[in-house]
Design a protein around this ligand. Structure first.
Ligand code: PLP
Length: 363
C-alpha cells in the first residue's frame, strides 16, 4: 500500500483528485485496501459500478464512462454513480436528460492527439469509438448552442503505459485552447488514466496541466490511473510440470498459460521473469499448458537448471491479468494470495471445479 499512499501524495501535491480505475485489477480485497487512499473508483460497466459501490459504501465517489451504456441500466447506474460521462453526442442527446438531477452528467471527448503507436490501444485513432472528436463537438456547439445544457464536466483518456506526463500537459493545452469558453462553464475535468507515474516520476507536467484547468477554467480535476497502482505489486507464481527437448530447445511446460497473463500474448513481449539472466547457462522456452501452439512466454535463461516442480515467477503481472484471464481448456484460474506488510502470504481466493461448471452453464 506504500505505492497507493505515494501516488495519492504525488497527485494531491499536483492539485488533483485521485481515482482508482477498476479495469486492471478489480479484486475486492485490493479495492478495500486502496479505498482509503483515493477519492473514489472509476468504472466501465454496471457490474463494476455495483462492486465499486459495495466496497466504497457511501465513503467515495464512483465515476463511469463506457461506449457500452444501455438505456435499461440507467436507473441502476444513477443510484450507484456520482459522475457519468456519455461517450457520444447521440447518447448525450437521448440518454442524458434521463439522468437530470441524479448524477453529474459529463461527456467523454476525443482530443485527437494520438499518443500511442499501437493502434489497438490508441483511443485517438481514426474512426475511434471512444469519445466525441473535438471538431465534431465544436461543429455541434456552433449549430446548436444549447446542446450541452446540463453538462457538468468532461472526460478524456488518451494514453497507455506512459511514464512521461508531458503528453498529458500537451493534451490539456489543446483542450484549453480549443474549448476554453465552454470549459469555464463546467465544474470538473477527468484526465483519464494511462500514466505510470511512480515514486521517481517528474510530476511537474501534471501540476501544470491541473493549474491550467483549475486556475484558468475553475474546474476540479480528477485522474484515474489503473496500471500505475496494480502492475508492479502483482506476480504470477507458476511451477514446471514437464521438461523436454523440441528441435534443440528445452521446453519447460508450466502449470499456467498466457491466458492467465493475456498482455504477453497481446503484445508478444516476453514477460519479466524473476531470476532470469540474459545469456545464462540454462535456457528454456517457457510454455503454457494449453493446447494453443503459441501459448509460450518466450525463452529465458537461469543460472541454475529448472526441474519438474521448480517455481517460475512472472513479475510486474498485476495489471490486466485477473479481469482478463479465462477458463480456456478448463485450466483452473490462478489462486489469488495477498502479501501482508509482515511478509505473510495469505490465500484470498481459489477457484474450484464448481465455478468452472457454473461458468460452463452447469449447475
Ligand atoms: C477510460 C479509461 N480510464 C482509465 C484507464 C486506465 O488506464 P491505465 O490502467 O493504463 O492507467 C483506461 C484504460 O483503458 C480507460 O479506458
Amino acid at each position: 500500500m506504500d505505492r497507493a499512499a505515494h501516488l495519492a501524495r504525488l497527485t494531491q501535491a499536483a492539485g488533483c483528485k485521485l481515482l482508482y480505475t477498476l479495469k486492471p485489477f478489480s479484486f475486492a480485497g485490493a479495492m478495500e485496501l486502496l479505498a482509503p487512499h483515493v477519492a473514489g473508483f472509476s468504472v466501465s460497466s454496471l457490474f463494476e459500478a455495483k462492486l465499486a459501490r459495495r466496497v466504497l459504501g457511501a465513503k467515495g465517489t464512483v465515476h463511469m464512462t463506457t461506449p457500452g451504456l444501455r438505456r435499461d441500466e440507467l436507473d441502476d447506474l444513477a443510484g450507484l454513480c456520482d459522475h457519468l460521462s456519455f461517450n457520444s453526442l447521440s447518447q448525450w442527446t437521448t440518454l442524458s436528460p434521463l439522468l437530470e438531477g441524479r448524477a453529474a452528467r459529463g461527456l467523454r471527448i476525443n482530443p485527437q492527439l494520438s499518443l500511442v503507436s499501437d493502434e489497438r490501444y490508441n483511443p485517438c485513432r481514426k474512426h475511434s469509438k471512444l469519445g466525441v472528436p473535438l471538431p465534431a463537438l465544436e461543429a455541434a456547439l456552433a449549430a446548436t448552442p444549447g446542446l450541452l445544457e446540463g453538462l457538468t464536466g468532461i472526460h478524456f483518456h488518451t494514453n497507455c503505459d506512459s511514464r512521461d506526463l508531458a503528453p498529458l500537459l500537451a493534451t490539456v493545452r489543446r483542450l484549453v485552447d480549443r474549448l476554453g469558453g465552454p470549459l469555464k462553464k463546467l465544474s470538473w475535468v477527468n484526465l483519464g488514466g494511462g500514466y505510470m507515474y511512480g515514486p521517481k516520476a517528474d510530476t511537474a507536467p501534471l501540476a501544470e496541466a491541473v493549474e491550467l484547468l483549475r486556475e484558468g477554467c475553475g474546474v476540479e480535476v480528477f485522474i484515474e490511473p489503473g496500471a500505475a497502482f496494480a502492475r508492479s505489486p502483482g506476480r504470477i507464481v507458476a511451477s514446471v510440470i514437464d521438461l523436454f527437448d523440441s528441435d534443440g530447445a528445452t521446453v519447460a511446460v508450466l502449470d499456467t498459460t498466457v491466458n492467465h497473463l493475456p498482455e504477453v500474448f497481446e503484445y508478444q513481449e516476453p514477460p519479466d521473469v524473476a531470476g532470469a539472466v540474459a545469456g545464462g547457462p540454462h535456457a528454456y522456452l517457457l510454455a503454457g499448458c494449453s493446447c494453443l501452439a503459441g501459448d509460450v512466454f518466450g525463452t529465458h535463461a537461469f543460472n541454475e537448471p529448472l526441474t519438474v516442480g521448480s517455481q517460475v515467477v512472472f513479475e510486474d503481472a498485476g495489471a490486466y491479468t485477473m479481469p482478463k484471464w479465462h477458463w480456456f481448456n478448463g485450466i483452473s484460474l490462478p489462486s489469488v494470495y495477498a502479501l501482508t506488510p509482515q511478509g505473510r502470504v495469505v490465500l484470498k481466493k481459489s477457484y474450484e471445479y464448481h465455478e468452472f461448471e457454473t461458468h460452463c452453464g452447469g449447475r
